[in-house]
Design a protein around this ligand. Structure first.
Ligand SMILES: [Zn+2]
Length: 662
């Protein structure tokens, strides 16, 4: 405590000192020796920089500095914890030299629950030295360039982002030299017992650094990589680096770096990753790494990447699948309680599920609406412009608005503001619909209302007639408007936004219950129904994993459902007895008696969301700990041990935005 306060004061004082100066350019020339088995790291780093006066470099306190010099002279910097205060003297070019060594933390055998490690980890199965761990001296105030020569004992291989300048294997040592290709905000080093496979594609070096157990997958991954890069190069503009590497990790991660992705070995082994996450990570070379995010203004890159990767892949499969994706996004938003809703511009990173519902889903939906508004060609021109004008620099949402305004010649301020700066979603109501016959044609009149806040919308309306469907788009930017639509044939039905093209609040009929209705709520009550201590522990552990916020437990002797979202977890006999006493229905018919555990979402008391987990015994509850939290969007599941053998959503009905006409 004391040292923390002292540390803070010293840091603040240094920051306020009149001599404090800024480093304006920085280049690292590093030699790195890593022994993964012994976890020893030895580095010498020559830094060339522009600046003057007192500057602060951070280096993790676990390292012992064995040599230090400023402009070739041995020097004594003031060290406080991770901070090195260095007097550079007069403004201009300077040269710093650090030589240091230290022992890294061990790569855990069991992957940690929270995989966002900020510590440098080493071990024979893999080493991961993230930029945030402070494994090299950095000012953290300026982007930098680098040349890194790294050496590891074979069969280990080491890799950092950047151009591979050369590599050698001699006398049992692997050495490689990398150079940065764009200004870097951080430098991450990875190593492991990799089998390296490569191919050249359009002048690019594509490599898979895979663990031996998954090396047979490398060729397919490299083939898909070449295809994705070609696809995005045509859509956006030239790929910005000389290489792309897929590096496998003992940690369950999926991280993007310039020209490189670091993904869990087990993740890479999943059959669908090549068709989903790989494309997403490759696209981050344009959005996130190529154009960096101005986090102070909100993170647009995850939403744009989700739209141009995940959503685009579903669209390539079928229009039906794309529609289902949009419905899922709206379904997620419907599960988000109002007090946890945030504007898109407030999203920074996926710290929990609620943030994902906004930062990934709502943002991706925004781009879907923007493309509908501008037309695909103009939208694509905006995308190319965004890339061309912001490559290798930092951009906030205003740069995106600039690019799409320039491409379309339209003022998009109102459109960006209503979707990005406000919380919530549009709410549509369909009022009286009437049909009249006019000189052999039919006129359908309808009233639309926005009972909550008013958005400027372009609303699709579909009239089904005796001779097929007729599509209309109406401009709707008031609390209430009346429209008249004409058709040749007799109208049979009318539907407002039947394909979910508007980010709107679903009606309850359109949004059957899903797990997230309970797991995202802040006031969910959890009741664990298990006779013994181990069952109680398993149930409580599962509740903690499932809920987005810390659980609130209630006594099992409470036989009346509380007026709140309710999570029931327990063994089947106890759960069924409780449901019967509380006068709630038992397991839905299609789940009854199947698998080792059944999970379903429903409602109680007419309005409160309910989630029931009924497992045959305590091991069957424990088996759900890892898999179940990944199925938040489902309505029901059947598990056989830790495998979901069946899952789905309850059928939705059309809701009040569709009417049958006489
Ligand atoms: Zn991403």
């Amino acid at each position: 405590m004391k040292s923390a306060v002292w540390f803070f004061l010293a840091w603040a004082a240094a920051g306020l000192a009149p001599a404090a100066a800024e480093v304006t350019s920085l280049h690292h020339d590093m030699r790195v020796r890593l022994d993964p088995a012994g976890r020893d790291l030895a580095v010498s780093d020559r830094l060339r920089l522009r600046g003057g006066g007192q500057v602060i470099f951070r280096l993790a306190p676990r390292f012992v500095v064995t040599a230090f010099a400023v402009d070739g002279r041995k020097a004594e910097p003031a060290r406080l914890g991770a901070d090195w205060r260095i007097d550079l003297g007069a403004d201009g070019e300077h040269d710093l030299f650090f030589e240091y060594l230290g022992r890294l933390a061990a790569m855990p055998k069991e992957p940690p629950r929270d995989s966002r490690s900020f510590e440098a980890l080493a071990g024979p199965q893999g080493s991961y030295l993230p930029a945030a761990s402070g494994w090299y001296p950095d000012t953290q105030t300026v982007t930098f360039t680098y040349r890194v020569a790294v050496e590891v004992p074979e069969p280990q291989k080491a890799v950092v982002a950047g151009r591979l300048v050369n590599e050698t294997s001699t006398a049992g040592r692997y050495r490689a030299v990398f150079e940065s290709e764009s200004p870097a905000t951080g430098l991450t080093l990875m190593a492991g017992p990799y089998v390296v496979r490569e191919r050249r594609s359009d002048g690019l070096l594509l490599r898979a650094y895979f663990h031996p157990g998954i090396q047979s997958l490398a060729a397919d991954y490299l083939q898909s990589t070449a295809e994705y890069i070609g696809f995005y190069r045509r859509w956006i503009g030239a790929y910005p680096y000389s290489a792309f590497h897929i590096v496998s990790s003992p940690l369950p991660v999926g991280l993007g770096f310039p020209g490189l992705t670091y993904m869990g070995e087990k993740v890479l082994g999943l059959p669908f990753i090549r068709f989903t996450s790989l494309g997403h990570e490759i696209l981050h070379n344009w959005w996130g790494n190529g154009v960096r995010v101005d986090y102070a203004a909100g993170n647009w890159s995850e939403g744009l990447t989700t739209f141009m990767a995940d959503y685009t892949f579903s669209q390539k499969t079928s229009a039906q699948k794309a529609r289902r994706t949009r419905l899922n996004w709206l379904r997620d938003f419907a599960a988000l309680p109002a007090e946890r809703d945030r504007p898109v511009t407030a999203f920074v990173s996926k710290s929990h599920d609620a943030a994902q519902v906004i930062g990934y889903n709502k943002t991706a939906f925004f781009f879907h609406m923007l493309r509908r508004q501008l037309g695909a060609e103009t939208f694509d021109a905006g995308i190319r412009r965004l890339w061309k004008e912001n490559r290798f620099s930092t951009a906030g949402w205003n740069r995106l608005q600039d690019a799409f305004e320039a491409a379309s010649g339209k003022d998009l301020a109102a459109f960006f503001d209503q979707w990005l700066k406000r919380t919530g979603a549009a709410k549509l109501q369909l009022g009286a619909v009437a049909v009249e016959r006019l000189k052999g044609r039919f006129r359908t009149s309808l009233t639309l209302a926005q009972p909550l806040s008013v958005y400027a919308l372009n609303v699709p309306i579909v009239i089904t007639t005796a001779s097929g469907e007729k599509r209309f788009h109406v401009r709707f930017d008031r609390p209430e408007s009346r429209y008249r639509l004409e058709t040749e044939s007799r109208p049979l039905a009318l539907a407002v936004d039947p394909d979910f093209d508007i980010f709107r609040r679903l009606d309850r009929a359109e949004a059957p219950p899903i797990l997230r209705d309970v797991t995202l709520k802040a006031d969910t009550v959890t009741i664990v129904l298990a006779a013994d201590e181990r069952g109680q522990r398993a149930g409580r552990g599962l509740a903690k994993r499932l809920l987005d916020l810390p659980p609130r437990f209630e006594d099992a002797f409470l036989f009346r459902p509380p007026p709140a979202p309710l999570l029931l977890i327990g063994t089947t006999a106890e759960v069924m007895a409780w449901l019967a006493k509380a006068r709630l229905s038992g397991a839905p018919e299609r789940l009854d008696g199947r698998g080792t555990a059944r999970v379903w979402a429903g409602r109680h008391g007419g309005r409160w969301p309910l989630l029931v987990v009924a497992a045959d015994d305590v091991p069957a509850i424990e088996a759900l700990l890892r898999p179940l939290p990944h199925y938040g969007r489902k309505g029901y599941l059947v598990f056989e041990g830790d495998k979901a053998v069946e899952h789905g959503t309850w059928p939705a009905t059309a809701g009040p935005l569709r009417v049958e006409l006489e």
